[in-house]
Ligand binder design. Structure first.
Ligand code: THG
Length: 262
């Protein structure tokens, strides 16, 4: 499981304040804690309150790159913010994200090629969030077709079915999980899959348990990557154990210690 730490997001009060006050220490501590807990990459999002997202994203990236060389996922719905971030990123970037809308695909796929970035494709369009599995697969096929048209490797594409909170979209959970499995059979070579895990538990009072249970079910459906809170050690242990049960790691009595990434 490829783990992208979600905590550098201006939506969190401490990070929002750090961006405003240009407090490097808070951002750098958050980056290192996530990496030391097993994050393979870090999501970077200025948050909805940023007045200067083009410069804020560059400040965040440069601040994080002073303490770690892990890949960074540029998380913004604005193409200009992603483009601004790409200019200062050192290691192989992850673009988070494009939608299935042609005006986004036509700009972001060439940018991903230019910067040799991985690309996250949300199965969403200007018509809104899909209501079922078929709509998700239709949007996934549009994104894959655009990648093929631009000669962008589908293996560098991570399709995201859009995870919704279980307390508002309970009837869709099964479709979301099945989409993860079926995205893989749309094309050969097949795309990778990713979710924003914490969405599933928003507004509930058993967040950690819901996150952990959904993650294990998604891994059973073939999930490749997740944006999540790596400081939740029970969540990380569940992901390691799910990989073990799927025979991706060799069992030993101390497998948790052995496979926790340092
Ligand atoms: N897919 C992709 N990228 C994404 C998402 C996705 N990026 C953003 C988001 N979804 C993933 N990141 C988060 C980060 C935090 C929370 C949820 C998802 C979260 N935050 C607390 C809340 O809203 O309750 C905030 C708590 C606080 O303010 O302190 O749950 O789906 N590709």
């Amino acid at each position: 499981m490829f783990i992208i730490g979600e905590l550098i997001n201006g939506m969190y009060a401490n990070i929002g304040r750090a961006i405003k006050e240009k407090n490097k220490a808070i951002v750098q501590k958050c980056a290192l804690e996530q990496v030391n807990s097993g994050a393979d990459a870090l999501d970077v999002n200025c948050g909805p309150a940023s007045h200067n997202p083009l410069s804020d994203i560059q400040w965040l990236i440069e601040t994080i790159q002073e303490v770690t060389d892990k890949p960074l996922a540029l998380d913004s719905s604005k193409i200009e913010v992603i483009e601004s971030g790409l200019k200062v990123i050192k290691n192989k970037p992850i673009i988070n994200s494009t939608t299935a809308d042609s005006q986004k695909l036509e700009k972001l796929i060439p940018l991903a090629k230019k910067y040799q970035a991985k690309l996250i494709g949300l199965t969403i369009s200007s018509k809104g969030i899909p209501q079922n599995k078929d709509q998700r697969l239709e949007l996934a096929a549009l994104i894959i077709a655009a990648c093929i048209d631009h000669d962008f490797s589908v293996e560098d594409l991570y399709l995201d079915p859009i995870v919704l909170p279980v307390n508002v979209a309970q009837a869709q959970m099964k479709d979301i999980l099945e989409s993860i499995k079926e995205f893989k059979i749309i094309s050969e070579p097949c795309p990778k899959t990713i979710v924003g895990l914490s969405n599933v538990s928003q507004g509930t009072n058993t967040r950690s348990l819901i996150n952990r249970t959904f993650l294990v079910m998604a891994i059973a459906n073939g999930l490749d990557a997740a944006i999540l809170d790596p400081l939740d050690s029970e969540l990380i242990d569940a992901a390691i154990t799910a990989d073990l049960i799927l025979n991706k790691q060799i069992y030993c009595n101390s497998y948790l210690q052995a496979y926790r990434k340092k």
